[in-house]
Ligand binder design. Structure first.
Ligand code: ZN
Ligand code: ZN
Length: 410
């Protein structure tokens, strides 16, 4: 056995489910043909995991923090900073980030299209350039385009607070005045309100919008911030675990989690974060990263998408593709890698949203004690030797299997 091993965590987003009548009271995972995931369960150890805690419904962001060994209650400050980090805008402690929509307003500041006709790049890329170097009352306001009609606003300056309400009215009404939700947030609320007004004056007559108007398209003449969050101070993964690490993910939110924890984000052609994602390309990228890195976190979003769509047949199909990916790993993963297959939360088809049910986990490496379980699913995993764990227990277990943990005591 090598002195230390490397670690790969494969997160199959939203994989876990509940018994579904349409599938004869089986879960989609139980219904799928999955010889490779079963092989891993048969040759490894399994358990079930309350990713945050029993009955807690995790978001994908908080659950991934937990899987990486962080306490989300300590380090999670909202979606704004994660989305910002997802598109490469990593702030420092004290910076406040917002998710924004490019929207259309009339002359009375009433929102007529909350997505500005689903404007996207390269128009949005051109529009954000007009915000370069913007400061308001000595506070830097950095704007960056995200996917489609979305953008991120990052405020940097002294005395900011994230306790402010949204400018986005979330519907067709007048743009909301941003209100302070605590006395210390007055300054920030004032700045965000000023920013919204400025965005209108910057965007309304912008050449991109004049062009859109000439084509009869809705203009993107305002930015509507929402979901304020203070950038957290997170101990870099490399310091916390003394391992170099990379993150292979298609969706921006998970890239944001990886980036905020200091993992290198690997862009994989064909990794769309959608149902059409190239899972084998992602597996290849993860294996390639393990040649030089100690740790890789991989996320495949597709099962979660099928669940949110409420489509059990599609979810079974996705799981069978995940199984092919697991087969590729069986063939190609080097022997010195400890691999874990897990979900970040259950997304029951019937709920079309995340639930607080525990998720299945299987860990495999050479020399692993083989549990009696010969299948990988929610029920079989609950019989496994790893028992019932919390998400934060996963890293210490893998760390120990990798021969990296220190002895406690003599
Ligand atoms: Zn998720
Ligand atoms: Zn989801």
């Amino acid at each position: 056995m090598p002195e230390t091993r490397k670690i790969l965590i494969v997160v199959m987003d939203g994989l876990g489910d509940r018994a579904i009548k349409q599938l004869h009271w089986k879960t989609p995972l139980q219904s799928a043909v999955r010889p490779n995931l079963n092989w891993y369960a048969e040759h490894g150890s399994s358990g079930i995991v309350d990713v945050i805690g029993p009955g807690i419904r995790p978001g994908s962001d908080t659950s991934h923090l937990s899987i990486l060994g962080y306490d989300p209650y300590e380090v999670y400050t909202g979606r704004g900073p994660i989305e910002a980090a997802g598109i490469g805008l990593v702030g420092k402690k004290g910076d406040v980030a917002f998710r924004c929509n490019f929207a259309t307003v009339d002359g009375k500041m009433v929102v007529t299209d909350r997505r500005a006709g689903r404007i996207k790049e390269p128009d949005t890329t051109e529009l954000v350039k007009a915000f370069d170097g913007l400061t308001i009352d000595g506070v830097e306001a950095v704007v960056k385009e995200a996917t489609e009609h979305r953008a991120v606003l990052l405020l940097r300056g002294p005395g900011l607070s994230a306790k402010v309400s949204d400018a986005d009215p979330h519907g067709s009404s007048k743009v909301h005045d941003v209100l302070p939700l605590e006395p210390e947030a007055k300054k920030t609320a004032k700045i965000v309100n000023a920013f919204v007004k400025r965005s209108y004056s910057i965007l309304n007559d912008h050449p991109v919008n004049l062009h859109r108007a000439s084509l009869g398209l809705p203009v993107a003449n305002i930015l509507l911030p929402r979901g304020a969050g203070m950038f957290p101070e997170i101990e870099p993964f490399e310091d916390k675990w003394d391992m170099t690490g990379a993150c292979v993910a298609g969706v921006s939110l998970i890239k944001g989690i990886g980036r905020i924890c200091g993992l290198e984000i690997i862009e994989v052609p064909g990794a769309t974060g959608g149902l059409d994602t190239d899972m084998i390309a992602k597996a290849k990228a993860a294996i390639h990263q393990l040649e030089s890195k100690d740790f890789v976190l991989m996320n495949i979003k597709a099962a979660d998408i099928a669940s949110h769509d409420g489509d059990p047949v599609k979810k079974v199909e996705v799981i069978e593709r995940l199984d092919e990916m697991a087969g590729f790993m069986r063939q190609n993963l080097p022997e010195d890698v400890v691999v874990a297959f897990v979900a970040d939360h259950c997304t029951p088809i019937e709920m079309q949203d995340h639930s607080g049910d525990p998720v299945p986990l299987t860990i495999y490496c050479e020399g692993m004690v083989r549990d009696t379980g010969a299948t990988f699913d929610e029920a079989a995993a609950s019989q496994g030797g790893l028992g019932r764990l919390r998400g934060k227990d996963i890293m210490p277990i893998l760390y120990d299997k990798a021969g990296r943990s220190e002895k406690f005591g003599a």
